[in-house]
Design a protein around this ligand. Sequence first.
Ligand SMILES: *Cc1c(COP(=O)(O)O)cnc(C)c1O
Length: 505
Amino acid sequence: MSGVAAVYLDYAATTPVDPAVAEAMRGCLTLEGDFGNSGSTHAPGAAAAARIARARTQVATLIGAADEEIVFTSGATESNNLALLGIAHANADRGRHIVTMRTEHKAMLDPCRHLEKSGFTVTYLTPARSGLIEPAAVAGALRPDTLLVSVMYANNETGVLQDIGAIGALCRERDVTFHSDCAQAAGKVPLDVRSLPVDLLSFTAHKLYGPKGIGALYVARRAQPLLRAVSFGGGQERGLRPGTLPTHQIVGFGVACELAQVALHTESARLAGLRERLWEGLASLGEVYLNGAGAARVPGILNLSFGGVEGESLIAGVAGLAVSTGAACNSETREPSYVLRALGRDSRLAESSLRFSLGRFTTAPDIDYAVTTVRQEVVRLRALSPAASVSRGGAIDPEAWVAAQKGSGRVVTGEAGGADLGTWVRFQLLVDGLRVKDARFQALGCPHTLDAAAWLCEQLPGRTRERLIPGVPAVWAASRSVPAEKLGRLLIVEDALLACLARWA
Ligand SMILES: *Cc1c(COP(=O)(O)O)cnc(C)c1O
């Protein structure tokens, strides 16, 4: 694999394209291949149209749909938008209320927010600690003006599977349209719209070894009169999603769906076994919390919160693994995962969480590497925490330290911050006469905090009380490449030095 990461365990973010998919796509691109416009009446056009028709059947078959119930889109984000906005705008005269969950993907929450700005009301249900929503809670949220309920099948962070059969059934009883985001479920667990009361269903190729940029919205026959297009053009996809069809993408999606369906049962058993191996390897660390415990989950996802470690340090420490995190450092919003927060995890545990997602090319040695890497890092970080007696930089017993210096000097200690702030620093200065002879520190914090404290310890020996602190945090930040938004943590480091100064009377 190219890139830095040694082991890829982020299949829930995206998957590589299966070699057979890449091969099929290649046949639709160049002059020798089926590159034509499927809307053209000549032979190349007809060849492309035939390829697309076959792929449509492959895609429809994966979920038990009829060919004409599949609308190709650019992916699950667009499918969700088309479902939600298309139903809302076409039926606003009947009602303006929508029910969904707080733990949905942003590709559902953001279009909901958009609708709220144009006069719709959205109820966001909170799941139980397991991540599950009670069908009764959905029933209780329905109003006479409810147009649409949208509940995802498999959650992308925890893998938790909702009871969409029961939820769909109660929607049907009340004549409310039911949509489900199945991006993480399609091709991973059995999914058959002939037995599931779902009206609209989103899925995407790149989560099941197809290419990025292609997905589908299943629109049940009975729901078709309720859905209106949100973009306009040449009338393709029965006008619901116009634009020249991307033959290579659709053909790749089709092959991917067929492969996923053929392998579904053996693959899900294999992944469940690997996931169990991972869980057993990590659970024995203690203070490891399984997110989504008590709920049925897709076989490939394991989401764990690690107690007693700081999130950003954990993520930095497992850089050889490509996994997703619930921590601020990696997410664009710089907030702990809202999904884990909705399950009742406090922000500290939400930030020190890792989502391992396994897939087709994951092997037992990959899992063993992950277990070793994460175990080593969690053990190391827990040893650094203030509750532990081991320190980074060595001795902490002042008497022993002074004794080692042949009895001369004394130790000045200053600390600042706290575990609740995610940053804590303690400096110990061995002071002899007017100068610092040696400096040590202990810290809990992000890698930048640890680096700055270690660097300061190198600067301190030889300094007098008057000139103890070498410059100001903004300058340290510049010389140690600390991002501007982390400056607050360096202020805690400075506070710890100021505390030393106050004690060094
Ligand atoms: C990945 C994902 C999406 C977005 O799919 P795209 O094809 O990338 O637009 C939406 N919902 C869920 C649950 C997902 O996992």
